[in-house]
Design a protein around this ligand. Structure first.
Ligand code: DX5
Ligand code: ZN
Length: 227
């Protein structure tokens, strides 16, 4: 069987914000694929982070995809702002939108890839009627709001179920959908997570809280090569 494509997406939530542009360039130079951009509003989640102006500021620093994870409620007004700020992928939590199908459509109308994010206890049934509009499914393996939390093991079964849904849909339609995991991903559990079906791995503290980003990303790739 061909080796699946695995993508590593450092979360800049754990970067040094005093030198964010350099931090973005450093992880890409160290072999990461995607920049994961966590947007929190102190309403949908109990923390407050960064908005479209910061996305716009880092956009010229890299050609890598910027993956905007919205932890805000509501979502529709902020979607065009992030699209204009250079986001490539925009994901949101279905509970944070009154009209999920419309919000997905809005992301795509603005030229971005769209995705839904599932909290640890959120059911995958939100996907039932929107698979055609979804380019990415993001499973949270921690409760959203903070970096550095512990991976919730029940997410492994949920990943297997999401993988089954994606494979079935892709076999039927040919459409590619990425399966991303976010929260508590480390060198020592990334292989197990990949075996459960993830292909895109967000890692914040596991990369940015280490002194040598390249050594950490290489170690993650070595683990992924065993899958
Ligand atoms: C949590 C964020 C994550 C966070 C992950 O709400 O969505 O992207 O930065 O951090 P780690 O990898 O440290 O668990
Ligand atoms: Zn995130």
């Amino acid at each position: 069987m061909a080796q699946p494509t695995f993508r590593i997406a450092p979360s800049i939530l754990s970067a040094n914000f005093a030198k964010l542009g350099e931090e973005v360039q450093a992880v890409i130079a160290a072999g990461a694929d995607i920049i994961h951009f966590d947007v929190m509003d102190n309403h949908y989640v109990p923390n407050l982070t960064i908005g479209p102006v910061v996305c716009e500021a880092i956009r010229p620093c890299t050609d890598a995809l910027i993956d905007v994870h919205l932890m805000v409620k509501p979502v529709d007004a902020i979607i065009p702002m992030f699209a204009k700020a250079g986001a490539n992928i925009i994901t949101f939590h279905p509970e944070a939108s009154e009209h999920i199908d419309r919000s997905l459509g809005l992301i795509k109308e603005h030229g971005c890839k769209a995705g839904l994010v599932f909290n640890p206890a959120a059911p995958l049934s939100y996907l039932d009627y929107v698979m055609d509009k979804v380019d990415m499914i993001l499973l949270m393996s921690v409760n959203p709001g903070f970096g550095g939390q512990k991976f919730i093991p029940a997410t492994l079964d949920k990943l297997r179920e999401a993988r089954r849904r994606i494979d079935e849909y892709t076999a039927k339609t040919g459409k590619e959908i990425w399966l991303e995991i976010d929260g508590g991903v480390k060198v020592d559990n990334i292989a197990e997570i990949a075996r459960a079906g993830a292909d895109t791995f967000v890692a914040g503290s596991a990369i940015y809280n280490t002194p040598d980003y390249k050594a950490t990303i290489d170690a993650m790739r070595d683990e992924l090569a065993k899958v």
